[in-house]
Design a protein around this ligand. Structure first.
Ligand SMILES: *Cc1c(COP(=O)(O)O)cnc(C)c1O
Length: 347
């Protein structure tokens, strides 16, 4: 069952909304086995969004946005993307038989995300410049031509993405104390906050979490309070200098008593390896940013040891293996028999 079927009464869909479904959502909330213990945190969980059909949380919002675009009669879907939005949009467009046009910043997108969009049959245009300028161009085009804009400024994306907050509450029985996630264009933090608030109003949660957002140091417009013209970070999914949902992010932060802070690329990559090698969860670099921030907050005594904390692992590590492989030992290559092998392996 996809998110529209599971959370229909909380979503802007009706009898005339076409059925769109790739079985997205219902991702596991995995209890930490080792990191939580090492940090002294009793209740640490990972929301493993990499298990969505195209490998990131983007599917939750895209399924609703595509259904609504089809309901409105759209035949051409378009987005600017750092990768995962395009992969997701292309998949749903393929399934529903409509055209998909993807605009990506040239040289800035992880190869596997690009391969997804191409395999799903999208028309991919690489535009010189960064994500922010690609988004500006696509917004401008969507204002003048009959194409449906599928970026997270599309409110139906936010509607779909808020279902992740519902799932966290459904799994824990109430909202956690802390919800940590990466912040790029800031649609997701906006969506989670909306989801938690709506679930509380509906009587399904008794409280609200503190929202903790992580940006990368070289791409931290919200932390620094001004747009960054040339954002840089290894975490391509959050390499964004002028977030479209800036206000949604600061509202979530301030109304929840949370924070948005920056972590370095070194912290991101070491959190990514630690997550994979000590929990068996391989997430892309952007997803490791909130874990890196959690390490710092625990070290600084900012998170109580008995608090319930959920870290959202937004996308699969398989999306961007190049970024990860730079930081692990390469495989050993050798000629020889079992004895040589055993010797090398110190068995
Ligand atoms: C899109 C994305 C983000 C950033 O989400 P925003 O809604 O743009 O803040 C983070 N991680 C991954 C894997 C993503 O695909």
């Amino acid at each position: 069952m996809g998110v529209i079927a599971r959370y229909r009464e909380h979503l802007p869909v009706g009898p005339s909304t076409p059925e769109v479904d790739l079985n997205e959502g219902s991702t596991p909330l995995v209890p930490s086995r080792n990191i939580g213990r090492a940090l002294g945190l009793k209740h640490l969980y990972f929301k493993y969004e990499g298990l969505n059909p195209t490998g990131s949380f983007k599917d939750r919002g895209m399924v609703v946005a595509v259904a609504k675009a089809l309901e409105a009669g759209s035949k051409v879907l378009m987005c600017a993307s750092t990768g995962n939005t395009s992969a997701s949009m292309a998949a749903y467009a393929a399934r529903m038989g409509v055209r998909a046009i993807v605009v990506v910043p040239s040289g800035e997108i992880a190869l596997n995300k690009l391969s997804q969009a191409l395999m799903y049959g999208a028309k991919v245009v690489t535009l010189r410049g960064n994500f922010d300028s690609a988004l500006e161009t696509v917004r401008d085009l969507a204002n003048r031509y009959p194409v449906a804009l599928m970026n997270s400024i599309n409110p139906n994306r936010i509607e779909g993405q808020k279902t992740a907050a519902f799932e966290v509450v459904d799994a824990l029985g109430d909202a956690p104390d802390y919800l940590l996630l990466p912040v790029g264009n800031a649609g997701n933090i906006t969506a989670y906050w909306k989801g938690f608030r709506e679930y509380q109003s509906a009587g399904k949660a008794t409280r609200l979490p503190r929202m903790i957002g992580a940006q990368a140091e070289g791409a931290a417009p919200i932390v620094s309070g001004h747009a960054i013209p040339n954002p840089t970070t290894v975490a391509s999914a959050i390499r964004i200098g002028n977030p479209a949902s800036w206000e949604g992010a600061t509202t979530a932060r301030d109304d929840s008593g949370g924070m948005i802070a920056a972590v370095s690329d070194t912290e991101i990559l070491s959190a990514q390896i630690r997550l994979a090698s000590s929990e068996g969860l391989f997430a892309e670099p952007a997803s490791a940013a909130p874990l890196a921030l959690l390490f710092r907050l625990v070290r600084d005594g900012k998170i109580e040891k008995d608090a319930t904390a959920v870290v959202v692992l937004t996308g699969s590590g398989l999306k961007d293996p190049d970024a990860a492989l730079k930081n692990v030992e390469p495989p050993i290559e050798l000629d020889g028999d079992a004895r040589t092998l055993a010797k090398v392996l110190k068995l």
